[in-house]
Design a protein around this ligand. Structure first.
Ligand code: ARG
Length: 568
């Protein structure tokens, strides 16, 4: 496809002798399309050229020779040179590309980079909470988009399966294991057991000592302790996979914290060798005062490693195993400091700069229910599985009320309910806290997952009603030059750039909003234009555009993790 920004950069580069590569980033898309499709601001050049931007713009414009097939015209307005694309060429470019690429439309990207996306990472024997839902859904979206654009992508679930709490859990199980129905309700029961043993530890130092002993044994590979730990892990994973299956989530690696246990000594050794470890109250720490941060504890006074040490070991392991260009952590902003610390300490691990430069933390905000925060600490937890099932049930209720005869209604309710929850997690600026409110999430006419699905289903039913999709070659693109059609085509054109922007700006909301814009503009096109029953040429062209929109809605929603229902 013609990349208009590149074409403009070339033209301006030729007229000014400025390096083309420096120009592209300056090109803007005017808010008001009456000012063209692209605009080049000349304000930046004013200083070096010592002329008014308006005059520079005129001079550049006069030197530019446009290819009328690419740009219809250029105009100077204020200090801007405005470019108007040739809509017929644009239409042809877009539809031809969709015809050629089909479900891979928009996929051109970077083929030779290794990208790790680490996401979800819930804690064994603890509830999978709404924060974990968010990292899971956000991580999957980044994973999908990187992969779609051709990156070699590795999805890792860094399970919280290690730590002193397992010493306690083992102690609890030793004492009262039979009292708890772990098979049926593992996480709930383990949590109860954990609360109970914790209480006991507070009252009785000797119990706490026994817990520590258990953890030590676990670290040393004691069979009883390891078996129990494995059992807790398996039971928890079985629960987590109920959620992952509902959401359609997969991972390439389930390497949790425990995986790095035997790899933490190397971290300690390297830091020691580099003179970065200091003793502090019996513990070993890396001082980060000059970086304006509290110290990073590497080794506790009893010698055991901690969360941060395992993260550092993971960085070394991932660098060696995956040779990553980027290692992206999708973790709530509550852990901002943790990641700042370990990214800093990672610089002392003798790793190639490529790796330490590639460490990225994408932080996201908290989700609250209208009645307050949902966290384990405040005991106000909403289980993600319950939430997802409630979403499905609510949609099913709506279907039963409005369209009880719908075929596959259970399957559709699942796609709509889950899609709604996923969309809601991705559509706002990630760092912002958000309120989870059913009326907003499930509003079929709002800026929601269901709205995108609804418009997609509409494209499907248009195609069904027509009974055919014409060949691209047979389309007369001149029949798609009305305002509503062109608007849709311009949006379709942007798809690949939108995907790249999601990665650049680290914001899934860019794609989420894009899909709404596409859906809304198709809806507008649909309302303005009769599709079936016009003369054959117009009908064919409009059907083809309908097909193109459905295709892009489906690809885009799929990248967010949203599946399309067949009816709505
Ligand atoms: N298990 C942690 C939690 O639930 C998140 C782990 C984040 N990833 C990491 N590499 N530290 O809070």
């Amino acid at each position: 496809m013609v990349i208009y920004k590149k074409e403009i950069a070339k033209l301006i580069g030729k007229a000014t002798n400025i390096d083309v590569n420096d120009l592209e980033a300056f090109i803007e898309i005017p808010n008001n399309r009456e000012n063209g499709d692209y605009a080049f601001p000349c304000f930046k050049l004013a200083k070096t050229l010592r002329k008014a931007p308006q005059i520079i713009a005129e001079e550049i414009k006069n030197k530019i020779e446009i290819d009328i097939k690419i740009f219809e015209k250029i105009e100077v307005i204020g200090g801007y040179i405005n470019f108007f694309v040739n809509n017929e060429t644009l239409t042809q470019e877009v539809l031809q590309e969709i015809d050629k690429e089909k479900e891979n439309y928009g996929a051109e990207g970077n083929k030779n980079k290794n990208i790790i996306v680490e996401y979800s990472s819930p804690n064994i024997a603890k509830e999978f909470h709404i924060g974990h839902l968010r990292t899971t859904v956000i991580g999957a979206a980044f994973y999908n988009i990187y992969k779609f654009l051709g990156y070699h992508t590795i999805g890792i679930n860094h399970l919280g399966d290690y730590g002193t709490q397992f010493g306690k859990m083992i102690e609890g199980y030793k004492r009262w294991g039979e009292e708890y129905n772990l098979e049926q309700n593992p996480i709930e029961e383990l949590t109860k057991m954990y609360v109970r043993i914790n209480d006991l530890c507070k009252k009785d130092e000797t119990v706490l000592e026994q817990c520590r002993e258990n953890f030590k044994k676990l670290e040393d590979g004691d069979e009883y302790c390891v078996n129990l730990w494995n059992k807790f892990k398996e039971l928890s994973l079985k629960e987590f996979y109920k959620t992952y299956d509902l959401l359609g989530i997969k991972f390439d690696a389930l390497t949790g914290e425990a995986f790095y246990q035997d790899k933490t000594q190397e971290v300690i050794d390297i830091l020691e060798k580099n003179g970065k470890l200091v003793e502090s109250q019996g513990a070993k720490i890396v001082d980060l005062e000059d970086k304006g941060m509290p110290p990073c504890i590497i080794c506790k006074s009893n010698g055991s490693s901690i969360y941060a040490t395992r993260d550092l070991a993971a960085i070394i392991y991932r660098a060696r195993t995956y040779d990553f260009d980027k290692c992206i952590y999708i973790v709530a902003y509550e852990q901002n400091l943790h990641f700042k610390q370990i990214f800093e300490v990672a610089k002392y691990l003798d790793l190639d700069k490529k790796y330490t430069d590639g460490l990225i933390h994408i932080a996201y905000g908290m989700t609250r229910m209208p009645n307050g925060r949902m966290s384990t600490r405040e005991g106000n937890v909403i289980k993600v599985n319950d939430l997802l099932n409630e979403a499905i049930q609510r949609v099913l209720d709506i279907i039963n009320e409005k369209n009880p005869e719908m075929e596959d209604k259970e399957e559709n309710a699942k796609k709509i309910g889950i899609g709604a929850v996923i969309y809601n997690n991705l559509c706002t600026t990630l760092i912002k806290d958000q309120i989870f409110d059913w009326d907003t999430v499930l509003n079929f006419n709002g800026e929601t997952g269901p709205y995108i699905q609804y418009i997609y289903v509409r494209t499907k039913s248009v195609l069904e009603k027509a009974g055919y999709i014409p060949e691209y070659k047979e389309i007369d693109i001149r029949k798609l030059q009305d305002e509503a059609s062109i608007k849709v085509i311009k949006i379709l054109y942007q798809f690949n750039q939108i995907l790249n922007q999601v990665l650049e700006k680290r914001e899934t909301s860019i794609l989420a909003r894009y899909l709404i814009e596409l859906a809304q503009n198709y809806s507008n096109f649909y309302n303005e234009n009769k599709i079936i029953g016009e003369n054959k040429e117009i009908q064919d062209a409009r059907i083809y555009l309908t097909y193109a929109v459905g295709n892009v809605l489906k690809i885009g929603a799929g990248l967010l993790g949203i599946k399309m229902p067949n009816k709505m």
